[in-house]
Design a protein around this ligand. Sequence first.
Ligand code: GUN
Ligand code: ZN
Length: 437
Amino acid sequence: MSNSRALRGQILHFLDDPAMHGEAAWQSLDDGILWIENGYIRTVGDAAGLLAQLPADLPLQHFPHHLIIPGFIDTHIHYPQTEMIAAYGKQLLSWLQTYTFPTEMQFGDPEYASQIARIFLKELLRNGTTTALVFATVHPESVDAFFNEAQALGLRMIAGKVMMDRNAPPELCDTAASSLSQSRDLIRRWHGVDRLQYAVTPRFAPTSSEQQLLSAGALLKEFDDLYLHTHLSENRDEMAWVATLFPEAKNYLDVYDRAGLLSRRSVFAHGIHLSAGECQRLGESGAAVAHCPTSNLFLGSGLINLEQLRAHGVHIGLGTDVGGGTSFSMLKTMDEAYKIQQLRGATLEPFQALYHATLGGARALDLEGTVGNFLPGNEADCIVLDLHATPLLQFRSQYCPTLKERLFMLNTLGDDRVIECSYAMGCCVHHRDGETR
Ligand code: GUN
Ligand code: ZN
């Protein structure tokens, strides 16, 4: 498989946050070339200037009614929950008991875990997601299975073993000591191997003792550049429970803060019901919130205040949160994110939404300069979106003279059918019509 190639078509990527820099935040080329060399971005520019410079033997693909953008970055998702996506009728705490915990019990079986990891990764790539921050289960086997499959595809992925030592079925509980030693083994085996990185993953405050949270903090000190991945302030009943379990904490975030879990590489899923003080602390620590709109609506969790997070400089990524979320598609995720802001009387502008799904996600994961845009030297993870993927899209496109209108149409009407191909390090890892090149 060649990892040097040139892609020609309309190209769009972000250099900065549109909320701060307006139109200067993105580069858009109506007829552009993305030149990929040995898996990395060599350059991006107008076809008129670049075509003559391409080596004669470089494969060149032309996408005439498409948009070429960086691969989507999903900043919060659970691979073991693939098989229980769309489970009816519950809110968070009873949903966990009824559907999630029984499903996750199967992942001590390495064969089963590998099978689901393969289905999961295929689904990500079908939807144009090339990097994700992923929950496994409490079983170390579930992490090995996931990383093995991601490694075989050459993907940049971050994942970790769930740490959970109370308030869950005994079959799914570890202890503070076993979670420390099992996580440590996995970190040694996987962190920094190829494109894989490790996230210390306490499930959420209610399922970890204080001692286990302190163990998570100890791991972050022991190893460089680890991620911390957990849930925060998703549901009102969850928050009330946390207040009774940790009466000494000032607020929900403080439970994690006291254990040393806040840093530039900490990612908190949801963060819907945060106080100004919590937002400030998130901002000053450099941490990120993964906003998961399809999940927040499906589980009836609430409507996030994005302006408040932005005002405190909190990094914001988008997450699907499958299986609490109802789609692997980051386009559908942007669609629901917009509707959540509509319900609040606010908005999410289409360039802003795409920023959060690409460079914003990379920043949330501290991966700027590696993935998320097309600056030279970045890893060449990119996707090709087909604006004529369905009869309705093709019809509606005629009435979208501006890029902003086309983008909004894509993020409102688009789904997996729009993703014509996905590339990881310049290699085609998904083609809608079956073949990879
Ligand atoms: N909080 C604790 N565990 C979970 C989970 O699996 N999904 C979601 N959405 N929230 C959680
Ligand atoms: Zn989640």
